[in-house]
Design a protein around this ligand. Structure first.
Ligand code: SF4
Length: 494
């Protein structure tokens, strides 16, 4: 059997990092971890080939080679999915689809032959058994959640590693919290299911064996969902492995804000090589936090928690939302002030949306306020429901936030704020290579000479050299991110 695994194209968005990747001559930020995990669950005798449209083209000869084309997608990849389906239908190759997009709306894709939905550990073996019998069904789904201790190591060898900025691994699925707009818990449940530490060490071994050195993203939606296991089982073993291998990787995670309450855990993370975390802050407004059931953020000094995390040695990036029912026009300036004070350099601000199957979706459906499905793109200004605040007022306020935090001056001021808060302790053993030198020269030319905000850039470098010389690489990296954000938001005419 010949299987072609196809990963659809991402549009240009906050998370694509497209405009930053060109500095380091990479094609995509992260590889398709779901697809290469599914690949590892297929019979080993089958031939498998991966085409990630974010790094290469889909060619007719590949589709014709395949007995089946496997697609995995998220909502943001919808447009590319339609194109792939058209090509496969035209060339007569059958399609098997899975992943979040199809799990939530497979009924919108009648041209697809088979759906392997929810978690592939459960549904894929059923499909494979029926296929072997010659009678595969149209839809395989389950309301059970998989035991991850049997999940195989992803087929990392299928990747063209050099074309990605990060490699990625998965440690757990599920989140104990119940934020009402979040689709993670409807897809993956509240019970946190973890891989065993030896599985994670095997993943790291494989990445190391394949020659990867550098950033590794831990994709879990909340890495500390099962804090006890992470703290007492996984991290001590990862730390030891990292030490034995001379610190080849640097990790980033996503976590809930309560990570700030456990200093020992944060220190262990830093010693393991975790240097940054993404946290859903959402809003400084207590009423909105209550309405959306973000209880872990309520009743705490959020700014203080963020500073505590930064002081321990983790940079924080954050998600922010406007469009809650209780938001008043004052929320826009409050968000700006909060973000500026926090030193959260990468602040993902989005308009509230209600993904299917979430508590928010159900409430808005009952209130007859839903207008369409979500686009999955936090930067395309779309909302899929009628907000309480006038939509145009909301949009103006949203644009005001973006302009206020991503214009060069306030952006670089925020980088300085981070550097003042941040206690930089983890030192990855980074080798200077040609691509780093090229990236440095490109950033000096594009951001330091051509870009309209070049004066602010040089001011940041001078300030960093004088006050925090150990953070010079970080200063240049954040300048490159800033260039990407300004370009995505149309603030970068230069
Ligand atoms: S903490 Fe994050 S992953 Fe968990 S329910 Fe809330 S938004 Fe979703």
């Amino acid at each position: 059997m010949n299987i072609l695994l196809v990963y659809p194209l991402y549009p240009d968005s906050f998370w694509s990092f497209k405009h930053a990747l060109k500095f380091i001559s990479k094609k995509a930020a992260v590889p398709p971890l779901g697809l290469i995990t599914v690949s590892a669950m297929l019979p080993s005798a089958w031939n498998k080939k991966l085409v990630d449209l974010n790094i290469s083209e889909l060619e007719a000869k590949d589709i014709l080679w395949a007995d089946y084309v496997f697609i995995s997608a998220m909502h943001i990849q919808k447009q590319s999915v339609s194109h792939i389906i058209l090509e496969c239908v035209k060339l007569g190759t059958k399609i098997v689809a899975g992943g979040p997009l199809f799990t939530q709306e497979h009924h919108n894709y009648p041209q697809i032959d088979h759906f392997v939905l929810n978690e592939a550990e459960i549904t894929l073996p059923l499909f494979l058994a029926d296929l072997a019998d010659g009678h595969p069904a149209k839809v395989y789904k389950t309301d059970q959640f998989a035991d991850l201790s049997h999940t195989p190591r992803p087929d990392y060898h299928l990747l063209e590693m050099k074309k990605y900025f990060f490699m990625n691994i998965q440690v757990s699925r599920g989140c104990p919290f119940s934020c009402d707009f979040c689709e993670i818990t409807s897809l993956l449940g509240h019970k946190v299911r973890m891989k065993k530490p030896h599985q994670i060490i095997h993943d790291l071994e494989e990445l190391y064996r394949l020659g990867w050195r550098g950033p590794v993203s831990i994709v879990d939606d909340n890495f500390i969902g099962n804090k006890k296991e992470i703290k007492y089982q996984l991290l001590p073993q990862m730390r030891q492995w990292m030490q034995q291998h001379n610190y080849p990787f640097v990790f980033n995670i996503q976590s809930s804000i309560n990570v700030a309450d456990d200093h020992e855990l944060m220190s262990l993370m830093v010693e393991t090589g975790i240097t940054s975390t993404f946290i859903g802050i959402e809003t400084p407004d207590e009423t909105s936090l209550h309405t959306c059931n973000k209880l872990q953020n309520k009743g705490r000094n959020l700014l203080q928690s963020i500073t505590t995390i930064q002081k321990t040695g983790l940079t924080v990036s954050g998600g922010f939302i406007v469009g809650f029912d209780s938001d008043t026009p004052s929320v826009f300036q409050r968000q700006i002030d909060f973000i500026q004070k926090s030193g959260i350099v990468s602040a993902m601000v989005g308009l509230l949306n209600a993904p299917r199957h979430t508590q928010l979706y159900k409430r808005l459906e009952a209130e007859k306020r839903l207008t369409k499905e979500t686009s999955g793109n936090n930067t395309d200004l779309s909302m899929n429901f009628i907000p309480k605040m006038d939509y145009h007022q909301l949009l103006d306020g949203y644009k005001k936030i973006i302009a206020a935090i991503y214009a060069t001056k306030p952006y670089y001021r925020r980088v300085r704020q981070l550097f003042l808060n941040y206690n930089h302790t983890y030192k990855q053993h980074q080798r200077i290579n040609l691509s780093l030198i090229v990236a440095f020269l490109k950033s000096m030319y594009i951001i330091g000479i051509i870009d309209k905000g070049r004066i602010e850039f040089w001011k940041l470098l001078a300030w960093t050299l004088f006050n925090k010389p150990a953070l010079l690489t970080e200063a240049i990296t954040f300048a490159v991110y800033g260039y990407h954000f300004r370009t995505v938001y149309g603030l970068n005419p230069g």
